[in-house]
Each structure stands twice: as C-alpha cells, then as structure tokens.
Design a binder for this molecule. Structure first.
Ligand code: SF4
Length: 217
C-alpha cells in the first residue's frame, strides 16, 4: 500500500473517535445523541390531514375579497407621504427657491443629483438670494427615493411628489433636468428671471413669501 493511502480498517488511536467507511455505512461514536424532532409528531386525525393541511390557506383565500389592482387602467392613490418624483419649488412671485448650494447632491448616497450654481445679477434674477442653480439634474436610474436630499435642502426648494410612473426605455430620458423638475407657475407667479416682487429687502421678501405661500404648499 502506498504511504499516502489510508487503511480504513486500521484503528485511529486510543480515545479518538473512530469513523470507518464500509460501503457507505458509517459507524457513529456511541456518545452522539440521536436526532430528536422539536415538533411533536401528529397522531390520529391530525396525522391523516397533515399532507393536505397546507391547502387550507389556499382554500380559505378563495372566499376572501380580491386585492388585484387594475393598474394602469385604475390608479390607486398613494399614501400622502409616498416618496415619488422630486419637485423644485418656487416662491409666490415665481422665483426659484433653489440657491444652488449642492447640499442635496452631497447628501445623496447614490450620487444621483448634479448641481451647478451660478450668480444672480440684477438683470437676470432667478432666485431671491445671491446664487441659483444654473444646472440641476436628477438621475432616476440611480435615485433610491430615500429622501435624504429633502432633509438636506435649507430652503425647502426640493420636495417629493407622489408621482411614481417613472419607467422609460431610454436611459437618457431618465436624467431629469431642471426644466422638468421645476414646479408649474401657479396663478400670480411670473417666469424668472425677474426682480424680487415680494419685498424690497431680503427680510421683507422672505416674511412676505412665507405668508403668501409657494409652490410646495
Ligand atoms: S435643491 Fe436645496 S439643497 Fe439642492 S442645491 Fe437647491 S437649495 Fe441646495
């Protein structure tokens, strides 16, 4: 017999567990506790019905009301706090609330938001502050709708709508631009750029804007 071949009939030593294979059978050590099932075995009628007991759930479901939704023919409204497509909000005069600070982009764990800020000028004002978002994009191929961007936004410019129909067959079309994300102009709003209409000074503007509402209310 070669040196590296094991003699299965040879004893393995004193005190050592001896397991010898003979045609697939295993000699188990005497001190191994036999397997005991934790669930008590059924007897009588229980034993008779056990093979079909699983069908009880199916049978009971036959008499429950159907919950099948007829989407897309009938759309069920979401819960009010459902995280859907984002929206960039406006002040009551139409100026944008976004100040291009990029905090939403930094907060995003999926790196789905891209912002490029730019300076407002007296000739071209898009937001009441110094800066506005010249470029704003959300990549819905990456977005996980966690809402961390909403928490990070200091001006409540960014909020989430209940809109959930975002499927598309084009990767490019799922990168939403600022134009797509900006809220519609409500009555009394004016398309930027334009001067601040809600007050001469910043404090007047913001106090007035807070009192008259915006597009996120
Ligand atoms: S949406 Fe809010 S957090 Fe994002 S850049 Fe605009 S102001 Fe900043």
């Amino acid at each position: 017999m070669a040196d590296d071949a094991r003699d299965l009939n040879a004893p393995t030593g004193e005190g050592e567990v001896e397991v010898i294979l003979r045609g697939g059978a295993v000699d188990r050590p005497a001190d191994v506790t036999p397997y005991e099932p934790l669930i008590e075995a059924k007897t009588g009628l229980g034993e008779l019905l056990a093979p079909v007991a699983g069908f009880g759930v199916t049978f009971a479901s036959l008499f429950r009301p159907t919950v099948t939704e007829q989407y897309p023919y009938e759309k069920v409204p979401t819960k009010p706090r459902f995280h859907g497509r984002h929206q960039l909000n406006r002040y009551a005069d139409g100026l944008e609330k976004c100040i291009g600070c990029e905090l939403c982009a930094w907060a995003c764990p999926a790196d789905a938001i891209y912002v490029e800020g730019a300076d407002n000028t007296e000739d071209a004002r898009y937001s009441p502050g110094e800066r506005y978002a010249a470029v704003y994009q959300i990549n819905y191929l990456r977005c996980i709708f966690c809402g961390l961007c909403i928490e990070a936004c200091p001006t409540r410019s960014l909020t989430m709508t209940n809109e959930y129909e975002l499927a598309d067959d084009s990767r490019q079309d799922l990168i939403f631009t600022k134009t797509q994300l900006l809220s519609d102009l409500l009555p009394g709003m004016e398309q930027p750029p334009h001067p601040m209409r809600l007050g001469e000074k910043d404090t007047d503007y913001y106090v007035g804007a807070g009192g008259t509402g915006g597009s996120d209310r």
